[in-house]
Design a binder for this molecule. Structure first.
Ligand SMILES: *Cc1c(COP(=O)(O)O)cnc(C)c1O
Length: 394
């Protein structure tokens, strides 16, 4: 018998019996892609559910990022974070834009707004922050800087589907926001993504850009790409939306169980739930402080694997460490991001993860701790804020 494997995530699928009639309808209509009826319906349903003005569907989040940069004619230099999935920076590279990495803040691992200003040059045209793990960036500070220096703001909100800040979707901030509907994300259409924009003119331009730049039968207005979502995925997405609230409830339950079990383990930190935020519980990252935990993050990663449990070191290494980017001047001195990337491990999290598995993971972690008996017992601090090693620059 094959050993059971618990992966960091497990995609949620809509009920098959509800999908089959939609497939039958698509079979009858023979309309498979190119802004079909399910595509139109899904865009409207998403805008309505999220509480945003316009949604433009894409084949995936990466193409959405690339098209967003094209749409706003971003060029020169763009300020971004090294602590993300590679697609964030790759989208700049594909547009011949120079990434300028700025360090993160340690509380939520997002781009540190206090450090952005020092990285602005005459070539800077935009800021590309990421709402890491779905926790909102400091959106007001970022917007103030952007307004002051005349920069665009594009959020990589790949993790932030469904997150609300002060009662409004976090996707309403910035000039554009990009979400991903990849199978591993909190909301999936197998592959897929979208751009959230604020006006119909921008939506139209994005519609052209994702369809080769075609405006009508005889007019091509821009060098667009093919990045359209098909009808099968749009229909599947409509069903997913019906069940999304239940998905969040399930994720919240697992998250709370983890927090309860881990709260008194020395050297293990998790993120505080941010204030004024309705969170989507998209990930459960923990940070291992080797000096307190007595073992390294990689020791824990390997130990879990021995039990068939596969955490993910998300994000490690930093984007700025990869060959394409490591030669950039801004790839150096990203001390907080570097340290965090050596401490991070995301634990398995999905709605139907069994409570017994969560208990098992907690017991594996608590049994690994090696407290140095010569040391004065350490007061267990729950948040990194209280014990952080990286004081913010004055
Ligand atoms: C998943 C992800 C992307 C890419 O989205 P795809 O739909 O997989 O192309 C971009 N940025 C971040 C932060 C992601 O996690």
């Amino acid at each position: 018998m094959e050993k059971r494997k618990i992966l960091v995530t497990r995609p949620q699928l809509p009920p098959l019996n509800e999908f089959i009639p939609l497939l039958a309808d698509i079979w009858d209509s023979r309309w498979l892609t190119n802004n079909g009826k399910y595509h139109q319906e899904f865009e409207k349903a998403l805008a309505n559910y999220l509480g945003v003005p316009y949604v433009v569907l894409f084949a995936n989040g990466t193409l959405a990022l690339m098209a967003a940069l094209q749409c706003l004619r971003i060029k020169g230099e763009v300020i971004t974070t090294p602590y993300s999935f590679v697609a964030t920076t790759h989208s700049l590279w594909w547009n011949h834009i120079k990434p300028v990495f700025v360090d993160i803040e340690p509380d939520y691992c997002n781009l540190d707004p206090e450090r952005i200003e020092a990285a602005i040059t005459p070539a800077t045209t935009a800021i590309l922050p990421v709402h890491v793990y779905g926790n909102p960036c400091e959106v007001d500070k970022i917007q103030d800087l952007a307004d002051y220096y005349g920069l665009k703001v594009i959020y990589d909100a790949a993790h932030a589907f469904g997150v609300r800040l002060k009662g409004s979707s976090v996707l309403n901030y910035g000039d554009l926001s990009i979400v991903s509907f990849h199978a591993t994300k909190v909301f999936n259409t197998i592959e897929g993504g979208a751009i959230i924009c604020h006006d119909i003119k921008t939506k139209k331009r994005l519609d052209y850009l994702k369809n080769f730049g075609i405006a009508n039968e005889t007019t091509v207005v821009a060098p667009g790409i093919n990045a359209k979502m098909n009808e099968l995925q749009a229909a599947y997405g409509l069903l997913q939306l019906k069940y999304f609230d239940t998905v969040i409830d399930g994720r919240k339950h697992i998250t709370e169980k983890y927090k309860q079990g881990l709260e008194n383990i020395p050297g293990v930190r998790y993120l505080d739930e941010p204030q004024e935020v309705d969170y989507n519980y998209s990930y459960f990252p923990i940070f291992i402080d080797e000096s307190e935990f007595g073992r390294s993050r990689d020791d824990l990663f390997e130990e879990l694997k021995k039990h068939g449990i596969y955490g993910r070191r998300y994000f490690y290494p930093l984007i700025s460490e990869f060959p394409t980017y490591r030669g950039l001047p801004s790839a150096k001195g990203l001390d907080i991001a570097f340290e965090v990337s050596r401490q991070i491990i995301c634990l398995p999290l999905y709605p139907d993860l069994a409570d017994e598995i969560v208990d098992l993971i907690i017991s594996i972690i608590s049994e690994m701790v090696q407290v140095d008996s010569n040391k004065v017992p350490v007061k267990v601090l729950k948040t990194y804020k209280e014990k952080r090693k990286f004081p913010k620059e004055k």
